[in-house]
Design a protein around this ligand. Structure first.
Ligand SMILES: Cc1ncc(COP(=O)(O)O)c(C=O)c1O
Length: 366
């Protein structure tokens, strides 16, 4: 990373290596030519490693929300019922997406900072009976809560004959989600989080069950038409003009990830988040999430009394060149969130903790 840049400790976008940034300077090419086909086939292969799948993968030229919207628009038809655990901003948006598509979202809600239990999900599924899909946000970026039961929830969805969709936008790469083994029908992640590429691409895994369903019941969407992406993808193309520089960057970022080794990358996220939680605890700060559900990629912490959120983050950025995020909804002004994603290492963690400790000492407003 260039020393002039700020250290981006946001829960995405996150720091991108010079190697990945430079990849975007490659020439613009014909997206219907051999050079692009080779590039995209390479990206597809590496993306399959990321999702640990032998199935299909797609890369959309859209932010993560596009990937979520694609999952909903391809699976939900008017009148369908989906179960959606709602425990923060992104899971609330997912429930809204289901409703916008004409479905009913049965929300299994829990307070910000917690996650609904598996038993609550189970009860909701039993009550609904005919569930079309479970839409589960794995890692609620807005609160720093990660559900510990992705595998079990997917199994439960299967037992109800429902599709299991997992929004792993802020977690995949920092966590392993082996989609074939765990029975995830659609898993979504974003380029700007643990993959450590620039923002602007959504990566999806698609199960055989989804492919079969869409053959019988094609989706009513053009840009996010999954069967169309799969048809073009089989020859190394995308239906619509891809964001070429971002594809170059993603290719390089995935190479970096695979060179490090997927297991090692996940371990590094474990280690760095442990250091961050330990560091904030030693400052006397309280993490939002309890240890059972705390996220490895988003460390959300309550401010001590009297700290002004905007002033704190401004000082951190101005005096230390470190950028962290504030809180969402009921946590706005009360919580700050440190991203622990992608390139995160012991030096970044150390710098961040020292800067946070120093900045918290700043004079409080009278
Ligand atoms: C869990 C989750 N879902 C969805 C999104 C939306 O992704 P994007 O902002 O890339 O559209 C985010 C973004 O932070 C997220 O963290």
């Amino acid at each position: 990373m260039s020393s002039k840049q700020k250290l981006i400790m946001l829960p995405g976008p996150t720091n991108v290596s010079d190697r990945v940034m430079r990849a975007m300077l490659k020439p613009v090419i014909n997206h219907r030519g051999d050079a692009f086909r080779e590039l995209y086939k390479g990206v597809q292969g590496k993306t399959k490693h990321l999702f640990q799948t032998q199935g299909e993968v797609i890369v959309f030229s859209s932010s993560g929300t596009g990937g979520v919207e694609a999952a909903v628009l391809n699976l939900i038809r008017p009148g369908d019922v989906a179960v959606v655990p709602v425990f923060g901003e992104f899971s609330a948006r997912l429930a809204e997406e289901v409703e916008l598509a004409g479905g009913t979202a049965v929300k299994v809600a829990s307070e910000f900072g917690t996650a609904p239990s598996l038993e609550e999900l189970s009860k909701a599924m039993d009550k609904v009976g005919k569930v079309k899909a479970l839409f589960l946000v794995h890692n609620e970026t807005s609160t720093g809560v990660a559900v510990p039961y992705v595998r079990e929830a997917c199994r439960m969805a299967k037992a109800h004959g429902a599709f299991a969709v997992v929004d792993a936008i802020s977690s995949l790469g920092g966590y392993a989600i082996p989609v074939d083994e765990w029975g995830v029908d659609i898993c979504i992640t974003g380029s700007q989080k643990c993959v450590a590429a620039p923002p602007g691409l959504a990566l999806l895994s698609i199960s055989g069950g989804v492919v079969d369903f869409l053959k019988k019941d094609p989706p009513k969407t053009r840009y996010f038409d999954i069967p169309r992406y799969l048809e073009y993808g089989s020859r190394g193309e995308t239906p619509f003009t891809p964001a070429l520089p971002l594809f170059y960057a993603l290719d390089e970022a995935l190479s970096e990830l695979l060179e490090e080794g997927f297991t090692r990358r996940v371990q590094r996220h474990d280690e760095m988040s442990a250091l961050l939680y330990d560091g904030v605890a030693r400052m006397g700060l309280k993490a939002v999430a309890s240890p059972q559900v705390r996220s490895k990629t988003v460390v959300a912490t309550f401010y001590p009394a009297g700290v002004d959120d905007a002033a704190f983050r401004k000082a951190l950025s101005h005096d230390h060149d470190i950028v962290v995020a504030g809180g969402f909804g009921p946590f706005a002004g009360k919580v700050f969130r440190i991203g622990c994603m992608g390139q995160v290492n012991a030096e970044y963690v150390d710098r961040t903790l020292k800067a946070v400790a120093e900045t918290l000492k700043m004079p409080k407003p009278a």
